[in-house]
Design a protein around this ligand. Structure first.
Ligand code: GLA
Length: 393
């Protein structure tokens, strides 16, 4: 049977956790969603295009100002607590879970925002380690709560940038802007096309009788950090080499497929493949936005399939389980496209599935995946929801 185990976090659950932990009422409730990327993978750190949706799984933060100069955090999911002085926020090796919140505080302070003492309880139902951006959701929910609690002047795009910096400079993971951006700026029933160079963005309605189905391979993304950094370095090398032939190239975003094909012969094999993925993926994102706007879901699905092939063969960030899941999905009539989503090396696939075919997907795909891998997968049918929000109580 399909396993869709779901521990639901909510305004009520986080409020209750806050009350039990601190014995007072919260003043602010904030939430920020996880995400699934429909197409545009490993393009964000190449100044390219991405097309994610915010999904109906959130991190919740309940918070209250104390008037002192300390932060006290309670993580309800793993029953951990920590506390730190706001004038000296440091890493805490045995409380690494709190580095996301600490990092956000530090980046707000660096921008000159006055963060006073506070209590915060955190709860969430974004699966962690599955590539659905639970860490970005923690960062954006924390930033959103502090913004509401202390009345900070902070636009959503700036908040996303600060949260990315928290991840890069404090947590120490060199990710791009996509995850924080969609968590802050998603909008219900739309996907968000982002130009990761200019940070211009556009909400595109998810029209048609289709569902976004996420299938979790249950393979934790083991190699992801080191391989992610290797891919980034290979892309930089590609820019350096292509720049020798094509003046003005600052990022792979600046190279068209036609230009690339003229120069590709000069590149070492691995660098050529990495560049070909990024350059072709950028073109696929633009084409998929057009397809969605034209109501051409068949083309959208085909582009998703092509994206997966490129990530498997050129960018080499899939693992067998991701390939098996995608192939299982494609055996179901009514699956328009299927691909890995996120950084790769485990985590989830995303499929575009006609509503009438969702039950069949749930019946067939997990079974086949289990037979071929011996692993129990999870299937989530996702709704596209609004980005982060806060309520003052
Ligand atoms: C991770 C990173 C993102 C992006 C994706 C790959 O999710 O956090 O910034 O690079 O991988 O598209």
């Amino acid at each position: 049977m399909v396993s869709e185990s779901r521990a639901v976090a909510s305004a009520e659950s986080v409020t209750e956790a806050f009350r039990r932990e601190f014995g007072v009422e919260p003043q602010v409730l904030a939430r920020a969603p996880g995400r699934v990327n429909l197409i545009g993978e490993h393009t964000d750190y190449n100044d390219g295009f991405v097309f994610p949706v915010a999904i109906d799984r959130d991190v919740w933060v309940a918070a209250r100002a104390t008037g002192d100069t300390r932060a006290r955090l309670f993580a309800s999911n793993f029953r951990r607590r920590t506390e730190f002085p706001l004038d000296d926020v440091r890493h805490h090796p045995s409380e690494r879970w709190s580095h996301y919140e600490r990092g956000v505080v530090v980046m707000l302070q660096r921008e000159g925002h006055a963060v006073g003492g506070f209590l915060a309880a955190i709860d969430g139902d974004v699966p962690s380690g599955a590539g659905l951006s639970s860490s970005a959701a923690v960062e954006v929910a924390t930033g959103t709560a502090l913004k509401a609690l202390f009345g900070l002047e902070l636009e959503p795009v700036r908040l996303a940038q600060l949260c990315q910096r928290a991840e890069n400079e404090f947590v120490g993971v060199n990710s791009g802007i996509m995850d924080q951006f969609i968590s802050a700026l998603g909008r219900r029933e739309t996907a968000l096309m982002v130009d990761c160079r200019s940070l211009e963005y556009r909400h595109v309605p998810l029209a048609g009788d289709v569902q976004i189905v996420v299938a979790d391979t249950s393979v934790k993304r083991g190699l992801v950090d080191s391989e992610y950094n290797t891919r980034r370095a290979e892309c930089e090398e590609a820019v350096r080499l292509l720049g020798q032939r094509l003046p003005g190239v600052r990022a792979l975003r600046d190279v068209t497929l036609t230009q690339f094909e003229q120069c590709a012969g000069d590149l070492p094999d691995v660098v050529r493949r990495r560049a070909r993925h990024v350059i072709s993926e950028n073109e696929r994102v633009l084409a998929s936005v057009q397809a969605l706007e034209a109501g051409d879901l068949a083309t959208f699905g085909r582009l998703m399939d092509e994206s997966h092939a490129s990530l498997r063969d050129d960018y080499q960030v899939t693992v067998r389980q991701l390939d098996v899941m995608v192939e299982a999905a494609r055996t179901v009539p009514g699956v328009l496209g299927s691909r890995m989503t996120g950084a790769g090396f485990g985590g989830c696939t995303v499929s575009l599935v006609e509503t009438a075919a969702v039950d069949e997907f749930r019946r067939v795909v997990p079974d086949r995946y289990r037979r071929e891998t011996g692993i129990d997968p999870k299937v989530y049918v996702c709704r596209a929801v609004d980005g982060a929000s806060a309520t003052t109580l």
